[in-house]
Write a protein that binds this ligand. Structure first.
Ligand code: C2E
Ligand code: CA
Ligand code: CA
Length: 680
């Protein structure tokens, strides 16, 4: 063999060496990066290595007169390896483009079919040298053609799959794949041309060294591609982190932090353009109840839907944030307060359209507070705080209301905070007292009992009426110790009256929170036994609303209390929503008709009719009746005609400090005795 005839052999070996290095690099990249396409391509280049080595061996075998069988075997193995190289190249290209593993089961049939073709091509034909030449040309042609086409297709798949973002790695990889494809086709033209003319073109040898170069460029491109992907992932992760810091995980909306940040930016813009920034705080009315009844999964979904709905109702440049629970915060850039109010109306209308979640229709109303710069505040925090204060006010007014902040609210909010601190001290410092307001029998005019009413004489704040502090004490839980104190004082007072021979029943108010204390029964029982007051001399008042909040629980608690021997009154009757028929099942003794009806009665025939029918029905149910807030003789006369049992109000007496109440009671007894004496 001449040195020149060995040139193709060296070409094959060179290609094999470069392919082996490429395969090794890809395999090691795959080990650290775990990308399916790296593994497929490392197989591809490994098969190219085999293909080239086997082709080199087949070439030598053909030149050195080795027998036909080993030659056929070598040639078919080389062809099989060549096809395998292309199959793995294509599947790897798919994997690179889609990011998903190419199903291995789909590879096997393709590989099998390619192997059959490869073996058929390698089978020796007749000994006619021209036929042998034809076979050789065919084998060479098929290999170059398929390789050329496959590399071009692979380049196209990778190019399209890796997206539009400019990337050096993508250009290098697809470029080198495409050039490799063209290179194979060029190889085909030069090679087949050479076979036809019977001479081997020296270009062929040169071309095989291009293989090495292309392998280097491809691998280089892959490395760059990976580095770029990693950098992109790091950038995306950083962006994600930043997003998380400024956004709420449940709804994906900006959070409080982001809202404040954007408000700060908007305030800068607004002062420059002489415009306004409005901050709106919006809550879903009774969300806690909704959430409990829907189940939390659906509750979360409702929050997301409300967020989306609100976002849809404002401009792209406005911000809808989720601040906490069911509290949303909105930043609106507006011309003036009027424009802000228009947007608020739009938002509330949007929230009122029913939400459909899992086939359920859910109706929602929202309440909140609005604050506008620069009138109400000029910093983001102060604006949001003002909106919160206005929102708290709106909640007090009932559902489906939005209030605009005004400075009197600030005053009120400051007072509330001061008041809360002071209530804590009141109990400890003994600033609380009870006053007693008599309940008088309409039939006899005699005192039948007293209602104990709290009075707070604060050293700092002066006399604070219960309407100003009971709901605060209720909200912060202090009502529980305050209520225990009131119960004990009232029982002790009634016990004194009893001991003095002037027994009178005392009525004690129980707030919602006290009524729901699990140890209420024990508290009442112990208080009675410790003060020595017979249970018949204690009456407990709960309002109609509290009794109706969870009727089953109420009935149970009331039955327990009544088993002690105390009586139960339903307070403020008529202001709730219960029907008398429903109350029938409640273990109660007395209805106290709310003062608002009594005061409306004179001059309003309808109120008078209501009061009359309530009294009739109550008697029918064997319940006693008390009219509250009786202020005039006229009212008393109407009540007498309606056969009301007892009256209570300024007409008889204001709530009195204990010594005065005691004096009144003593007089009442003396008068009764005198009347009895005169009769006798
Ligand atoms: P309430 O239980 O409905 O008490 C009756 C209220 O009507 C009392 O107000 C009483 O002073 C007032 N009143 C009495 N007669 C008249 C009248 O002729 N005209 C008018 N306009 N009002 C009259 P007060 O003492 O300010 O108590 C307000 C509310 O505070 C009470 O309403 C009750 O719900 C609550 N409260 C008072 N003391 C206690 C207590 O010890 N514990 C609890 N939980 N709540 C209490
Ligand atoms: Ca009462
Ligand atoms: Ca009342």
């Amino acid at each position: 063999m001449t040195a020149e005839s060995l040139l193709p052999f060296y070409g094959y070996v060179g290609t094999a060496a470069s392919a082996a290095i490429a395969a090794a690099v890809l395999a090691s990249l795959h080990r650290s990066r775990q990308r399916p396409w790296l593994r497929s391509w490392s197989w591809s280049w490994l098969f190219l290595t085999f293909h080239s080595l086997l082709s080199a061996a087949a070439y030598i075998a053909a030149r050195t007169g080795v027998g036909a069988q080993p030659r056929v075997a070598l040639a078919s193995l080389a062809a099989i390896a060549g096809f395998a190289q292309l199959v793995f190249l294509l599947s790897g290209a798919r994997e690179a483009a889609t990011g998903m593993l190419f199903p291995r089961a789909r590879l096997a049939p393709v590989l099998a079919a390619a192997s059959v073709v490869a073996i058929l091509m390698a089978l020796p034909g007749s000994s006619d040298p021209s036929a042998a030449f034809l076979r050789y040309t065919l084998r060479f042609g098929v290999r170059s053609l398929t390789a050329g086409v496959v590399f071009l297709v692979a380049a196209l798949i990778v190019w399209r799959g890796l997206g539009a973002a400019p990337s050096l790695g993508r250009s290098l990889v697809t470029g080198s794949l495409a050039v490799t494809g063209v290179h194979y086709l060029h190889y085909l033209v030069v090679g087949v041309g050479g076979f036809a003319s019977g001479t081997r073109s020296p270009l062929l040898t040169l071309l095989s060294s291009v293989d090495v170069l292309l392998a280097v460029v491809t691998v280089l491109g892959i490395v760059i591609l990976l580095l770029e992907a990693e950098r992109n992932a790091a950038v995306a992760a950083a962006a994600q982190l930043e997003h998380m810091a400024g956004h709420d995980a449940l709804t994906g909306l900006p959070n409080r932090l982001m809202l404040l940040e954007r408000t700060a930016q908007a305030l800068r813009r607004a002062s420059r353009d002489r415009r306004s920034v409005a901050v709106l705080s919006l809550d879903i009315d009774a969300f806690k109840l909704l959430n409990d009844s829907l189940g939390h999964g659906l509750g979360d979904e409702l929050l997301r839907s409300v967020g989306t709905r609100l976002k849809g109702a404002v401009r792209e440049t406005d911000t809808v944030a989720r601040l906490s629970g069911d509290e949303f915060g909105l930043l609106l850039e507006v011309r003036d307060a009027e424009e802000a109010e228009v947007v608020v109306e739009k938002l509330r209308a949007a929230a009122r359209r029913p939400f459909v979640l899992h086939g359920r229709e859910i109706h929602v109303t929202m309440s909140g507070g609005l604050a506008i710069s620069p009138r109400h505040a000029e910093t983001p925090e102060a604006l949001l705080a003002a909106a919160d204060i206005a929102s708290a006010r709106a909640r007090e007014d009932g559902r489906d209301t939005v209030r605009t902040f005004d400075s009197s609210m600030n005053e009120a909010a400051r007072k509330t905070v001061a008041l809360e601190g002071a209530i804590r001290k009141a109990l400890v410092d003994g600033e609380l007292r009870l006053c007693y307001q008599p309940l008088v029998s309409v039939a006899t005019g005699r005192i039948e009992g007293f209602e104990a009413l709290l009075r707070w004489e604060s050293a700092e704040l002066g006399n604070v009426p219960p309407s100003d502090f009971i709901h605060l004490a209720e909200a912060n839980g202090l009502i529980v110790p305050i209520g225990r104190w009131a119960l004990r004082s009232a029982c002790a007072q009634a016990r004194e009256w009893q001991k003095a021979g002037t027994p009178a029943r005392v009525s004690v108010n129980l707030s919602a929170r006290e009524f729901r204390q699990p140890d209420l029964y024990l508290t009442v029982r112990n208080t009675l036994s410790e003060t020595g007051l017979p249970a018949q001399l204690l009456d407990l008042e709960i309002t109609e609303r509290v009794a109706m909040e969870s009727p089953d629980v109420s009935q149970f608690v009331l039955r327990e209390l009544r088993s002690l021997g105390v009586s139960i009154s339903i307070d403020d009757f008529g202001t709730g929503y219960s029907s008398l028929a429903y109350l029938r099942s409640f273990p109660i003794d007395t209805l106290k008709i709310d003062g608002s009806f009594i005061q409306a009665m004179v001059g309003d025939p309808q109120s008078a009719a209501i009061v009359r029918s309530v009294i009739d029905l109550a008697h029918h149910l064997k319940l006693g009746t008390v009219a509250e807030g009786v202020e005039t003789e006229e009212q008393a006369a109407v009540l007498r005609r309606a056969s009301c049992d007892r009256i209570q109000g300024y007409l008889i007496s204001r709530p009195l400090p204990a010594p005065e109440a005691t004096r009144l009671l003593r007089e009442d007894h003396r008068a009764a005795r005198a009347a009895a004496g005169s009769v006798a």
